[in-house]
Design a protein around this ligand. Sequence first.
Ligand code: ATP
Ligand code: MG
Length: 535
Amino acid sequence: MLVDLRVVEREYLLAITRALTAELDIKDVLNIIVRASVELVAGRAGIIALAEPSRERFRVVAVAGISADLLKHFTPLLQGLPYSEGGEQEAIEALTERLKVVAQEADMGLTHVMRLPMQIGQEVIGMVYVFRSGGQAFHNRDRHLLMSFADQAAIAVKNAQLYQAVIAEKTRLNAILEQSADGVMILDPQLHITVFNKVLSRMTGWTADEALQQHHQDVIHWRSLKTEIDLEKAMETGWPLPGSAHLYVEGDLQRADGTTIALGITYAPLLDQQGQMTNIIANVRDLTRYREEEALQKTFISVVSHELKTPVSIIKGYASTLNRADAKWPWEVQTEYLSVIEEEADQLTDLIDNLLDASRLQSGTFELQLRDDVDIVALAKSMARKFSSQTEKHEFVVQFPPDFPLANGDERRLTQVFNNLVSNAIKYSPQGGQITLSGQMVNERMTISVRDEGIGIAEEDRPRIFQKFSRLDNALSRKTEGTGLGLFLTKAIVEAHGGRIWFDNNQKLASVRGETGEQTGTTFTFTLPDNEEIT
Ligand code: ATP
Ligand code: MG
């Protein structure tokens, strides 16, 4: 008899082990265990219940011999009565009492109950319950028989929990990598790509699907390098050495569509305890903006030094001429030279003011001194008067309706706007022509235009024109002075007023880049809030 049982037990244990290694769902494994337990001790029904995190209650996870609708009656057996080795005798007595009620309610004729703890170390993670009907109480031998089943169940549950924790952690890590603001790529030791996040897809134009499993070399094509070596070359020369630092590679990378992007990649080796490399983690940064800043910085320095030097050398030249000990200059020459010096000094002041404004804009300390009675018409007229004394080729026209309202704005700044637009109009229409300052109410907005008959602006330059230091590559850009700050500041001032600025070429086919021909020029237009709009 005992031998028979041993054989049966062994068979069940084998079946359970097989189920465990077949990676069946934890529910299936527990169902096999509870069925085996019931059969092995000739029981009638069984339950496996797991401890809830609070440990006060148990939750049924596998059943044998109890139909789903009757299960609710068993709840009282699963509550209270925590397991303790010494107190099990009493607990079983209490359970048997409770079972009487349960058996009646469920109409199942169950008479005896036995339970075994599912233990991992000292921790009870669940219970295996077996019920019998009929006279025979459970014996200590039955307990011993079922012990290994309860242990198996505990192991199965623990494995499943660990597995789930690993999966959850992996999902969490993947989400972090996916959401990272930097590009992230993980390589295996053979340099195959195993992780390729969203940002990196955006940078390189490769989708994760296309890049995964590919060799690093097949995805990361450098057009040109700024650093000395790339990853492959570094590895040829022995990177990573034990305890060696990260590898930084920077350059222009060829994207999937053939365009290039400036990237910096930091490769960090991940070593196991034996010092073997298990992965390489690559952090990828888009350096486009940084490069733009760098280029801008360079332009800034060259433009500004050139623009500052010109008036300074003129001033210096005229001043030292006047100052020559061997010469006595007639009065007319003296005043002429002095007024040149004065003009150039004004030029310098304007330039310095522009630079200061640009830096105020950058630091966010650019402020308007608003007034609600700025007379735009008077401003336009005084601009036309001022500039017409400086040019003979241009004719100024000022056109405003008689009821044009007063503006709400900063008069000094709006003067600057006119100054920039009108000086551009003159500068970029070297053949001369009409310069028209006009205003209108359009859709109840004050709309002001400065129109010239100059060289026009190419359509493709449209996005650049209002940028800092942008001087277009046209026939005049090398011949005329300028820092490319004028329109940048003009736009900032108009927008600070809540307005908008744009430009139109006067005729669709206006010639660009300064070729002579039917040049029809450009119209810059901006809107401003009038004094009715103050809230
Ligand atoms: P700055 O105004 O700082 O002395 P700038 O006149 O070159 O220098 P912006 O006023 O910002 O700079 O103008 C930028 C560029 O836009 C100019 O270099 C010029 O090529 C182009 N541009 C501006 N206004 C006109 C215009 N009315 N007609 C044709 N091109 C223009
Ligand atoms: Mg200008």
